[in-house]
Ligand binder design. Structure first.
Ligand code: ADP
Ligand code: MG
Length: 247
């Protein structure tokens, strides 16, 4: 279980997350949903310790999360990555093996073979020599996912992996996440879009600075909760699995 207690996060005195308490059981795929600026990215960054928390403890099966970071693969939002950095696809994926290397070790034959398999899983081996700056959005996201796979983690945090990608890439990523889930991995996905929530996730965290709701998709992803999180920003939209949401 990922146990979040009393989590508060501020940016320069402005509150971004308030008083979150959540127990996320391991082994599920969980969608983190909420409007722009709701604190979704902040939430996963605060869990990982990438940004400081004003207060809060995060335990994974009773151990402070800082002690188990090697076992958590993080795919940041595309806007958080420096895409001008000169690095090939293969070398990017190889960096995924670093957290689990012993001190002063370089990736060896075993790691390099594993990297080839990870690239294969998201169908990017033919791109291996390309610079990441030359890829399409969908190709790039598959590179990030392959890098996460290379880490051999049991928990995955992905921030908006489906934004700005083509349908083929989306299908490949969705199928892969389902496969990981079947293998018993835990998958937390920031998902800005309200469509496909039912297809993609077992559970949802609905967030807007505060926790609006957390639980199984069928009891949590309701018009009422979505309305509470999005308010007037939603307008009149039809969402599959939700019925009409009247603003
Ligand atoms: P989301 O991912 O749900 O769109 P974020 O977690 O990125 O939301 O942001 C939550 C709030 O915190 C927003 O109001 C955003 O402007 C603010 N924020 C995010 N990152 C920073 C930062 N580095 N410095 C200052 N404010 C930030
Ligand atoms: Mg975000």
């Amino acid at each position: 279980m990922i146990q979040v207690r009393n989590l508060n996060v501020d940016y320069f005195g402005n509150s971004a997350l308030q008083q979150l308490d959540i127990d996320i059981p391991l082994g599920y795929s969980v969608g983190i949903i909420g409007p722009n600026g709701a604190g979704k990215s902040t939430f996963i960054k605060a869990l990982l310790g990438v940004i400081p928390r004003r207060s809060g403890t995060i335990l994974v099966n009773g151990t402070d999360i800082s002690q188990v970071k090697k076992d958590i693969a993080y795919v940041p939002q595309k806007s958080d990555v420096d895409l001008t950095f000169p690095i090939t696809v293969r070398d990017t994926v190889l960096t995924g093996t670093y957290p689990k290397l012993r001190l002063f070790r370089r990736p060896g034959k075993k790691e390099k073979e594993h990297v080839e398999r990870c690239m294969e899983m998201v169908d990017i081996r033919d791109l291996a020599h390309k610079q990441i700056s030359n890829l399409s959005g969908g190709q790039l996201q598959r590179v990030f996912i392959a890098r996460a796979l290379a880490q051999q983690a049991s928990i995955f945090f992905l921030d908006e992996p489906f934004v700005g990608i083509d349908l083929v890439s989306e299908r490949i990523i969705v199928d892969l996440l389902k496969k990981l889930r079947k293998e018993g991995k835990t998958i937390l996905v920031v998902h800005h879009d309200l469509h496909e929530v039912e297809e993609y996730f077992d559970k949802t965290i609905i967030l807007n600075k505060k926790l609006i709701a957390f639980g199984d998709v069928d009891t949590t992803f309701t018009s009422h909760n979505i309305q509470s999180a999005y308010g007037a920003s939603l307008g009149n939209v039809q969402i599959k699995g939700l019925g009409g949401v009247q603003a």
